[in-house]
Design a protein around this ligand. Sequence first.
Ligand code: MN
Length: 219
Amino acid sequence: MLELRNLPFDPNSNAVVSKEACDYHHGKHHQTYVNNYNNLTKDSELANASLYDVRGSAQGWLFNNAAQVYNHDFYWDCIAKKSDKSSELEAALKSDFKDFKAEFINSATTLFGAGWTWLVYNPNTSKLEIKNTSNAATPVTDGLVPLLLVDVWEHAYYIDSRNARPAYLEKFYENINWDFVSVAYEWAKKEGLKSVKFYIDELHPVASGCCGGGCGCSH
Ligand code: MN
């Protein structure tokens, strides 16, 4: 069973999303992905599996819901508070992009339909890349480590900005929690994809060594 993570900020005073948008996006959309995941895995061998593993092996409807739980978990951290980049991340963005802000916003603006725009670390090249994914897809599937994420499904901006995706993206960009992104970058360089597992396991702990009920643990 997964639980919906708490928002890592006060929804009454977030610079990117209004309280009403949060109530729908976190309280209804994100909650629904958690509920769907729990309904799909209950009474199966996946009931106590880690979200990281299920997201890695599932297909179709279960993958979509597992990935959407993770994607939204990560998105909320990216907009938790406006903060600054580490000097290491600043240097990497300067060396791997001509104009990171313009390229990231352009990628998110031109993503057709529902999806996500990501800054990722590629452990094979040690470089940063911008990726778009459609619907629930996550670049973790391709071995890339997420550092920054913006939700460009219409439900992410329609309440606050109506159809104006660029206005939402500008507000998003000006209030990025670069501190979170910088820490993700540090971990990505050190641990690669394992850093994604650490992140997910911390938000959605799995009982270790769980016996299925015979050892007196709470499961
Ligand atoms: Mn969303």
